[in-house]
Design a protein around this ligand. Structure first.
Ligand SMILES: Nc1ncnc2c1ncn2[C@@H]1O[C@H](COP(=O)(O)OP(=O)(O)OP(=O)(O)O)[C@@H](O)[C@H]1O
Ligand SMILES: [Mg+2]
Length: 498
């Protein structure tokens, strides 16, 4: 069998089933209204006559073609050859024995057999193609198959697999389709199973939803058929080894230099902070940055669903929730963790994501001498963030009057930082807002810093500015002066302008 190199133009970019539909033939252009008016004879108004037919509707805009990022450079023929060799390999080797070998020896074993199969089947391929095939097959048998090249890249934020033929990635804030594909849904399901079994879980028809973590710390979610209609769906938030620091956010333009200084002062003066934002808006990253201002001597306890934070301080206790086991027991919720934290003599409590009744315990902690505690939560504005906290407590069955809950919120949260992912894929800090107090039944908020969008540049990138709002003396002024930071605060506010 010949094993030719693909020519980029002749190769389809994705599986036939999932290839983007060919461009529709251009629809006949609708006559321009003025032209039609000029050409058509003027209708004579006759009582009771049927109405003149209305001009044809303008042609619908053509659907945009989806760009496909070439991640793997292989042709259809390559996949066919790989399947043949892979099947022959599976028939030959004893997988259970292979599993007992360390990965180097297993690779050697596979290499020998594959080379033999290639020569028996008379497959013609260059040495480099053979190496590539070997790598791919080893990845399939021992690792995460077609996901491996994506997992190896550090510039990818998310990997989203929607069934065997469709994989998207997020790079530089933009979601792109790739030409990565799996042999079939069974292979994809196998890989999902391999991922989740590493953390002692199982995903199948009877438990089709599963959260897990890769060995490198990446966060994984799997939802399988019948719930996911078009095949197993896998979402991976890649773990970044080199976490972004506040200075990186400044370099990216996510926050201005004086804005970052303001956050530094807020962190240092032990304000209780809530970080609010949408999915993937950079909440956890920001939380991680803010934890950088914790003094090395402080005892910090972090509670997360999947340990993502990387605190640099020596005295940190990291806690992680646990989902129920297959029999449905043994679950440890975020609330269990936060409640337990309070008995661990923490100085600060950091909650990865506040999603439910643990909001109550976090507020209590903030209120009872654990200043400088922080948490993130999903919301689109600082005000929405606070009303979400309120509804989490209400729904947690605490049966407290709304006013009491609001008093608690006002008494514990000092600052809300709002993060957003903008339409060009970039992340920005949109507001730094302080909680002033209650006026009647309403929580009064005050922006100290705001991002104002001014427009777009020629590359479609959002242009705007971080501005101060002219507040000379924010409510956390006294805190800042207690920590000897009032001069810096005054300077930062000055520089922010407004
Ligand atoms: N300011 C930024 N500039 C560029 N990339 C960023 C920025 N902030 C975060 N990122 C990247 O965006 C991705 C998502 O960030 P992060 O995990 O912090 O978001 P999140 O809001 O916590 O998401 P989720 O809602 O899924 O928990 C990460 O890969 C991170 O490195
Ligand atoms: Mg997060």
């Amino acid at each position: 069998m010949a094993f030719g190199k693909r020519s980029p133009s002749a190769t389809p970019t994705a599986a036939p089933a999932s290839a983007p539909a060919p461009k529709a033939a251009p629809a006949p252009a609708a006559p321009r209204p003025e032209a039609a008016k000029a050409a058509a004879p003027k209708p004579v108004a006759v009582k009771g006559a049927p109405k003149a037919p209305s001009p044809p509707a303008p042609a619908p805009p053509e659907p945009k073609q989806e760009k496909v990022r070439q991640v793997s450079q292989q042709s259809e023929q390559y996949y066919a050859t790989k399947t043949t060799i892979f099947n022959a390999l599976i028939d030959t080797i004893d997988l259970s024995q292979l599993a007992q070998l360390d990965s180097e020896s297993a690779r050697e074993e596979i290499r020998d057999i594959v080379v033999e199969i290639i020569s028996i089947k008379n497959v013609v391929m260059s040495l480099s193609e053979q190496e590539q095939l070997l790598d791919d097959i080893c990845n399939d048998v021992l690792g995460y198959g077609p996901l491996e090249p994506l997992l190896a890249r550090d510039d990818i934020a998310d990997i989203m697999v929607n069934g065997a033929d469709t994989t998207y990635i997020e790079v530089n804030g933009k979601i792109e389709r790739t030409n990565i594909r799996f042999r079939d849904n069974a292979q994809l399901m196998n890989i999902c199973q391999r991922i989740v079994s590493q953390v002692g879980r199982r995903v199948d028809d009877s438990s089709p939803i599963c959260d897990a973590r890769l060995l490198d710390g990446s966060r994984v979610n799997v939802i399988a058929p019948p719930l996911a209609i078009d095949g197993p769906t896998l979402t991976i938030r890649k773990f970044k080894k080199d976490k972004l620091r506040l200075q990186d956010l400044v370099n990216f333009g996510s926050i201005s230099e004086p804005g970052a200084e303001l956050l530094r002062i807020i962190g240092h003066s032990r304000c209780n902070i809530l970080i609010s934002g949408g999915t993937g808006s950079g909440k956890t990253t920001l939380l991680n940055c803010l934890t950088g201002f914790i003094e090395p001597g402080e005892r910090v306890i972090t509670c997360e669903d999947s340990a993502e934070l990387q605190l640099q301080q020596p005295h940190v206790v990291r806690l992680e929730t646990r989902p129920p086991n297959i029999e449905g027991s043994g679950e440890i919720t975020m609330r269990d963790l936060v409640k337990n934290c309070l008995r661990m003599r923490p100085e600060r409590i950091i909650v990865g994501e506040v999603r439910g009744p643990e909001a109550f315990d976090l507020l209590q902690a903030m209120n009872t001498g654990h200043d400088g505690s922080m948490g993130t939560l999903h919301a689109n504005s600082p005000r929405e963030a606070l009303s979400r906290v309120e509804s989490m407590i209400t729904m947690g069955g605490f049966s407290l009057p709304a006013k009491t809950i609001r008093e608690m919120i006002v008494g514990s949260i000092d600052v809300v930082v709002q993060a957003s992912r903008l339409r060009d894929g970039s992340r920005r800090i949109m507001n730094v807002t302080e909680v002033l107090g209650l006026e009647g039944d309403t929580i009064v908020l005050q922006d100290v810093l705001k991002y104002e969008i001014e427009g777009e540049d020629e590359n479609g990138r959002v242009v705007g500015k971080h501005r101060g709002t002219g507040i000379g003396r924010p409510r956390f002024w006294d805190r800042a002066s207690y920590y000897n930071l009032e001069r810096e605060l005054a300077a930062a506010l000055d520089e922010l302008g407004g």
